[in-house]
Design a protein around this ligand. Structure first.
Ligand SMILES: Cc1cc2nc3c(=O)[nH]c(=O)nc-3n(C[C@H](O)[C@H](O)[C@H](O)COP(=O)(O)O)c2cc1C
Length: 256
């Protein structure tokens, strides 16, 4: 493997247990400069990155603490302000704009993760902000009310202790489709289940599903980790809060 592939294959999540070791400002600068090199639709860089250094703020907003946290926000506000400044009109606050900017934003976040790893710095990608009341997030980060949405956070730091193993991945044969989409067939389904059950592969979120009385890891996953699907498809709770926030941001206009 070349150095780039080695870095990618060494990626791992540190689930919050970061040490007190500083991430230097020089390294942080390099991580941010790498992140903004990422490809982006129409060369718009439709995101903003908020650097959090205050561990108390991190704890309050994310529950996780690292040395720094980078909040990657979908953001058209800067482009709108520049348009206004030059006397133009610009508005991309719709679902297509949100999806496209979301791709820019997520790709930039992943580049930050890879750049950090290349410097020996570990990370946690987290959507922890979405578990907070979004109003609180907007207030604490002073986010623009419209054209902006906090998509994903990358917490940076050095691990307190080395994880015992790298998490595995499902075999690419189940994920990569040649030429056209192929739904998993009867022979493949038990093999997928078996891969999750194989303790040596470390695919799942937990290892002790058998001790909890489950026959398969996915039995635990579907019944304990995932909420039951809403049969009536009526948005409630967090889903409703997300929809309302996206509507308020201008990205989503419910038709009904
Ligand atoms: C969108 C997204 C959200 C995540 N949120 C969390 C989180 O809130 N807490 C956490 O401990 N890990 C979180 N993770 C990390 C995943 O659990 C982790 O990537 C996965 O278990 C695979 O492990 P690995 O990254 O060590 O290979 C998140 C990852 C992604 C991409």
């Amino acid at each position: 493997m070349n150095e780039t592939l080695k870095t990618i294959h060494a990626l791992r999540t540190i689930h919050g247990n970061f040490s007190d070791q500083e991430v230097s400002e020089t390294d942080l600068h390099q991580i941010l400069e790498a992140a903004v090199r990422t490809a982006n639709a129409s060369a718009r860089q439709s995101y903003s990155i908020i650097v959090l250094r205050d561990r108390q703020v991190m704890r309050e907003l994310l529950t996780y603490q690292g040395r720094q946290a980078l909040v990657f926000c979908v953001d058209f506000s800067r482009l709108m302000a520049t348009a206004r400044y030059l006397g133009h009109q610009f508005n991309n606050d719709d679902m297509i704009g949100f999806v496209t900017a979301g791709i820019d934003t997520a790709l930039a976040a992943q580049t930050a993760v890879v750049a950090a790893k290349s410097l020996g710095i570990d990370s946690l990608i987290t959507n922890a902000l979405h578990r907070k009341p979004l109003e609180t997030v907007y207030q604490m980060l002073k986010l623009p009310e419209t054209s902006c949405f906090p998509l994903i956070t990358v917490v940076l730091g050095y691990p307190r202790e080395k994880p015992a193993y790298l998490k595995g991945r499902l075999s690419t044969e189940f994920i990569v489709h040649e030429g056209h989409y192929q739904a998993p067939d009867e022979a493949q389904l038990p093999r997928i289940v078996a891969e999750y059950d194989d303790h040596d592969r470390h695919l799942g979120l937990i290892d002790n599903w058998e001790q909890q009385g489950f026959e398969h890891y996915l039995d635990w996953f579907y019944t304990k980790w995932c909420g039951l699907p809403d049969r009536q498809r009526v948005a409630t709770g967090k889903i409703q809060e997300f929809q309302e926030r996206l509507a308020q941001s201008g990205f989503w206009r419910p038709t009904a």
